[in-house]
Design a protein around this ligand. Structure first.
Ligand SMILES: Cc1cc2nc3c(=O)[nH]c(=O)nc-3n(C[C@H](O)[C@H](O)[C@H](O)COP(=O)(O)OP(=O)(O)OC[C@H]3O[C@@H](n4cnc5c(N)ncnc54)[C@H](O)[C@@H]3O)c2cc1C
Length: 452
C-alpha cells in the first residue's frame, strides 16, 4: 500500500494544487502543515500574517475534511516532523511545493537529507507558488532575467502548465490531527483593525467578484489611490489560497485582463530574481555606494505616518489600519524613505514586513530595492515627488482625507502640497510640519548618485 505525505507550505488550497493532486494518487494520503518553530521565532512572524495564516489553515482543514481527509498540524522543525510522521504511517513519498527564499531552499535540503535513509522519496513540484517556475525562463548564458520587459516577453510566450484537477476524494488513515493554536499563542501583539479574512474560500470568492465586476476598470483605475480599484488578491496569492496559474488561465484577452496578468508576471519576475540571488533579500542587488543616514526620529515619523507630507502619511496609516497598502502608495512611501529621507531601504522593508498581510520576501524586498534604486530598475535614480504624485493619483484628496482625518477640512491643493498649509492651521489640526525639505532632499539624492 502506497502512503504519501502532502506537506503544505504556502500553497494553502485544494484547487489547482499539483502537490495535493500528486500526493492524492497514493492509496492513502496525509495532508500535513508544520508550524515551523524557526519561522515562528524569527523576524518574519508577525500578528497580521499569523492571524491570516490561521484562517487559511482552518479553512483548509474544512475543505480537506469535505474531501474525506483532514489536516494534520504539528509544531516543530519540518524535516523532523515529516520524518517522524513518515515512520509512524510508513509513508514512501512526500510531496511539497518548490519555493524560492534561502530559508525555503534550506528547508527542502534538510527534508531531502532526513528522507534519504528512509526509502521515502521527496517530490518537489514546480509552478505552485508562481505561474512559471523560477529558472525555467532564462536569457542565454545567465541564471535569471535582470530586466522585466524581456522577461515578460518570454513569460507571456511560454506554455503554462494545465490547471490541476482537485482530487475527488482523499483516503487518510486514522491519525491525531492536532489542534490549531490560538493566534496569541503563536504571536502576541496587536492586529491591524481592518485585516481581511484569510483562506481559500475567501480568496476564491474575492477572485470570482474581481473577474465578474472589478477587472474591467483595472487598466484605467489601478493607480487611482482613492478608487481602490485593484484586486486585493495579494495576501491570498502570498499564502497560496488562490493559484497564480488559475488566475492567468481565467483571464481573457481584453486590455484590462492583459494588464492584470502583466502584474502577476511581476510577481514571478521578483521570485526568479530572489531564487537566483537569495542574498538580495538583504544585500543590495546592484550596490550604488549609498551612504544611508541614521535618523531614528525621521524613521519613527515615517512609520507613524507623521512626516508632515500628507500623501506619505496616508499610505503609512493605511498600512497600519489594514495591513495592506495600495501599490502606488507603497511606491511613494518607499521612495520617500530611501530617496528623500536617505534612510536605508532595509529599515523600510522590515517595517512593511512587520505589518503587511501579503508581506513576502521576494515581492517586498525586491520592490524595495527597485524603489531605492539598488535593484532591477533600469532608471535607478528616478525620484517620485510626493506633491506631483498626489496631484496626479489623488486629485481630489479623497485618499488623503480617508487616512489622515485631521486634514479632512482642507482643500485638495493644501493636501497635495503641505507648504500651502498655514502653520497656524497645522497647530490647530494637530498635524506636523514637513520633517524634510522634499525638493532639496531629492536634489541631494540625485547629486549623491552623480546625477545633475
Ligand atoms: C515597496 C513595495 C513593497 C511591496 N511589498 C509587497 C509584498 O510584500 N507582497 C506583495 O505581494 N506585493 C508587494 N508589493 C507589490 C504590490 O504593491 C502588491 O502586490 C499590490 O499592491 C497588491 O495589491 P493587489 O493584490 O490589489 O494588486 P493587483 O494590482 O490587483 O495585482 C495583482 C497581483 O499581481 C501581483 N503584483 C502586482 N504588482 C506587483 C509588483 N510590483 N511586484 C510583484 N507583484 C505584483 C500581486 O501578487 C498582486 O496581488 C510591493 C510593492 C512595493 C512598491
Amino acid at each position: 500500500m502506497r502512503t504519501s505525505i502532502c506537506l503544505f507550505t504556502r500553497d494553502l488550497r485544494v484547487h489547482d494544487n499539483p502537490v495535493l493532486q500528486h500526493a492524492a494518487r497514493a492509496d492513502r494520503v496525509i495532508p500535513l502543515f508544520v508550524l515551523d518553530e524557526a519561522v515562528l521565532r524569527g523576524p518574519f512572524t508577525r500578528p497580521n500574517r499569523t492571524a491570516f495564516l490561521l484562517d487559511c489553515l482552518r479553512d483548509l482543514r474544512t475543505s480537506l475534511g469535505e474531501l474525506g481527509g483532514g489536516l494534520v498540524v504539528r509544531t516543530g522543525t519540518p524535516a523532523t516532523e515529516v520524518a517522524g510522521l513518515a515512520d509512524e504511517v510508513g509513508a514512501t513519498e512526500v510531496h511539497v511545493a518548490a519555493d524560492v527564499s534561502a530559508y525555503a531552499q534550506a528547508r527542502e535540503d534538510s527534508l531531502r537529507e532526513a528522507l534519504r535513509t528512509r526509502e521515502c522519496a521527496l517530490h518537489v513540484h514546480d509552478a505552485v507558488v508562481t505561474a512559471h517556475p523560477p529558472g525555467d525562463l532564462v536569457p542565454g548564458g545567465k541564471d535569471h532575467f535582470a530586466v522585466f520587459t524581456p522577461y515578460f516577453r518570454r513569460w507571456a510566450a511560454a506554455p503554462m502548465r494545465r490547471v490541476a484537477a482537485m482530487p475527488e476524494a482523499l483516503r487518510m488513515p486514522r491519525l491525531r490531527t492536532g489542534k490549531l493554536p490560538a493566534r496569541e499563542e503563536l504571536c502576541p501583539g496587536e492586529l491591524s483593525p481592518e485585516l481581511p479574512t484569510g483562506g481559500e474560500s475567501a480568496g476564491r470568492q474575492l477572485a470570482r467578484q474581481w473577474f465578474a465586476d472589478g477587472i474591467a476598470e483595472y487598466e484605467s483605475g489601478h493607480d487611482d489611490l482613492a478608487g481602490d480599484a485593484t484586486s486585493r488578491l495579494s495576501p491570498y496569492l502570498h499564502f497560496g489560497c488562490v493559484s497564480p496559474v488559475e488566475l492567468v488561465d481565467r483571464a481573457g484577452n481584453s486590455e484590462p485582463e492583459r494588464a492584470f496578468v502583466r502584474q502577476l508576471a511581476w510577481r514571478d519576475f521578483h521570485h526568479q530574481v530572489l531564487a537566483a540571488r537569495p542574498a538580495s533579500s538583504h544585500r543590495d542587488y546592484r550596490p550604488r555606494g549609498d551612504r544611508w543616514r541614521e535618523d531614528p526620529e525621521a524613521f519613527r515619523a515615517w512609520c507613524d505616518g507623521r512626516t508632515g507630507v500628507p500623501l506619505v502619511d496616508a499610505g503609512m496609516r493605511q498600512l497600519a489600519a489594514e495591513g495592506w497598502m495600495h501599490n502606488r502608495a507603497r511606491m511613494i512611501t518607499a521612495c520617500f524613505l530611501a530617496k528623500t529621507l536617505h534612510l536605508d531601504w532595509r529599515l523600510g522593508a522590515q517595517h512593511f514586513l512587520d505589518l503587511l498581510v501579503d508581506g513576502d520576501i521576494a515581492n517586498n524586498n525586491m520592490n524595495w530595492q527597485w524603489m531605492a534604486g539598488t535593484g532591477t530598475d533600469t532608471r535607478p535614480n528616478r525620484v517620485l515627488n510626493p506633491v506631483r504624485q498626489a496631484e496626479r493619483y489623488d486629485p481630489t484628496g479623497e485618499y488623503i482625507r480617508r487616512y489622515v482625518p485631521e486634514l479632512r477640512s482642507l482643500p485638495a491643493k493644501a493636501l497635495h502640497d503641505p507648504r500651502r498649509i498655514d502653520p497656524a492651521d497645522l497647530d490647530r489640526l494637530g498635524y506636523p510640519a514637513p520633517i524634510v525639505d522634499v525638493d532639496a532632499a531629492n536634489a541631494q539624492f540625485r547629486a549623491d548618485r552623480g546625477q545633475p
